[in-house]
Design a protein around this ligand. Structure first.
Ligand SMILES: [Zn+2]
Ligand SMILES: [Zn+2]
Length: 329
């Protein structure tokens, strides 16, 4: 049986370990994919740190997968060997619960998630349910990888921010750097909030089209129509509420966040809204990739070999990355 290299999480709180695993055969409806690149997402850090409940263990992390179809399971139609596809976080949904039946499969009662409750892309090969993959155009797979989660979650959060003209982005990492380009291309004004004093990140944000960039403790020059908080820092929620105008919405884009401190009712008053965004739907993916076909974005990436997954995670944890870390097997 052929084998493949993979990086495996055996238990939360432990580093990933390199392993030789059998190349899995595709089951009904599944694709066997040769992984060309796999992005490293903050959710992977939460997984490694034990902040997500009930992972499959051991598990191969990674849910920003750019792959090439290397095998077709029984019943797969419309895809061919050699075709390029992307695999996102949403790996499978039940199709019958009340959320699935009301166009909210992101909230499915019994979902499976790539690189969390099924094996992901920190490997040379992976399996994916063909119905949850997105066809991708040719191009640099490393540049495409961050679109599969940072891009998708950013896009869903952007949709939830509504028609905001003045849009604040708290935490200028992988998601924000993609979204800033989309929002700017659509005529929005982007206000970027970084760690206080992080002048490099602020310059990066301005370079990608932000009309203003400053520390997360700063007050923007004008009240915002909406803000998206990508950093997993609960203290940013009242800060963002203070920055948005009447009727403004604060969208929380992370899967995990430190506790939100209490705040006075008056900063929520006047119909300000705080909401989270969970996962994605396939419709989000189709919407994003259709948009990117018309308005390409440039992703900033830092490439690591597969075996350096622990180093990539450490760099993300310490805020040392400008752009997104991507593993290449
Ligand atoms: Zn469901
Ligand atoms: Zn992610």
């Amino acid at each position: 049986m052929p084998s493949m290299r993979a990086m495996v999480l055996g238990a939360p709180g432990r580093p990933l370990r390199p392993a030789e695993l059998p190349v899995p055969p595709p089951g009904p409806g599944e694709l066997l994919l040769k992984v060309l690149a796999c992005g490293v997402c903050r959710t992977d850090l939460h997984l490694v740190d034990g902040e997500l409940p009930d992972p499959k263990l051991p598990v191969v992390p990674g849910h920003e997968i750019v792959g090439e179809v290397a095998g077709l399971g029984p019943g797969v139609e419309g895809l061919a060997i050699g075709q390029r596809v992307g695999v996102p976080w949403l790996a499978w949904t039940c199709g019958v619960c009340r959320f699935c039946r009301s166009d909210r499969e992101n909230l499915c009662d019994q979902p499976l998630f790539t690189g969390y409750t099924r094996d992901g892309g920190y490997a040379e090969f992976t399996l994916a349910d063909a119905r949850y993959c997105f066809p991708l155009p040719a191009g640099d797979p490393v540049a495409q990888a961050p679109l599969l989660c940072a891009g998708l979650i950013g896009y869903r959060a952007y949709r939830m921010a509504g028609e905001a003209k003045r849009l604040g982005l708290y935490g200028f990492g992988a998601a924000a750097h993609i979204l800033a380009q989309i929002a700017t291309a659509e005529g929005r004004e982007v206000y970027a909030f970084t760690r206080p004093g992080d002048m490099a990140a602020q310059a990066f944000a301005r370079r990608l089209g932000a009309v203003w960039a400053g520390g997360s403790d700063a007050v923007p020059p004008l009240p915002l129509d909406a803000a998206i908080v990508f950093a997993p820092v609960g203290a940013l929620v009242p800060a963002a509420l203070r920055a948005v105008d009447k009727g403004g919405v604060v969208v929380l884009g992370g899967i995990h966040m430190s506790d939100i401190p209490s705040f006075p009712y008056r900063i929520l008053w006047e119909e300000r809204v705080v909401r989270s965004v969970a996962n994605l739907t396939r419709a989000d993916g189709l919407g994003l990739f259709a948009k990117l076909a018309r308005t390409p974005v440039a992703t900033e990436t830092v490439r690591f070999p597969l075996e350096a997954a622990n180093e990539a995670l450490a760099a993300l944890r310490e805020g040392r990355l400008q752009g997104a870390a991507v593993l290449v097997p």
